[in-house]
Design a protein around this ligand. Sequence first.
Ligand code: SAH
Length: 231
Amino acid sequence: MTPRLRLQPEAVGQGMTSQRVRDRLVERLRETGIRDENVLNAIRTVPRHLFVDEALATRAYEDTALPIGHSQTISQPWVVARMTEALLLQNPLLKRAPKKVLEIGTGSGYQAAILAALGLEVYTVERIGDLLRQARKRLRQLGMNVRSKHDDGRIGWPEHAPYDAIIVTAAAPALVNALVEQLAVGAHLVAPVGGASSQSLVKLTKREDGGVDEQVLAPVVFVPLLSGTLD
Ligand code: SAH
């Protein structure tokens, strides 16, 4: 699958933000266990340096989380890749390739851009208005069609449910029931679960009887899933 992107010159990047540096990040992700070629290709294509402050652009292709303001972070590329890979694993119960995806926690918009580059129909919800405005601007500039909403994502986005995949990019002490309800049968939900000091990346798969199968993927560190909204 070739991601569809219209890249302006500043999006292509140079020096520490060039294609060569993005390619090197992809090689590192491959060495650390990321296998899905479509996901690696999306990471090779989406200019992560445009999703952080200009002062941090030269660090955008290090495999590390970076601050994006409002005490929030853009996730580490390995975590983005691992979550995306797990989310899209084909399950025979979902009798089609995953298409409609819901993200909770838009943040910088990078994870949403990776999903859009994979050709998915992306819905994303963010509680901090200022971050959402910046993310929308970046996604628009890259010509990416992502639907977004300023709201408390713990209620999901029921109007468009069911989703073929749901990704939560902030940690809650327990899984959010409203989100599980909005999953299609056979669809996966990938989310960090736990408190401030210890979290696990968990993958749930919705069964035909409405229950879920759960699998723990890796230890992770995410900012907390909070209630309410902020401008
Ligand atoms: N996916 C993001 C990572 C952002 S960090 C990226 O690629 O950059 C987590 C984000 O979740 C933060 O922006 C935070 O404001 C948001 N968040 C936390 N609780 C939320 C909630 N209840 N609803 C929606 N967004 C939430």
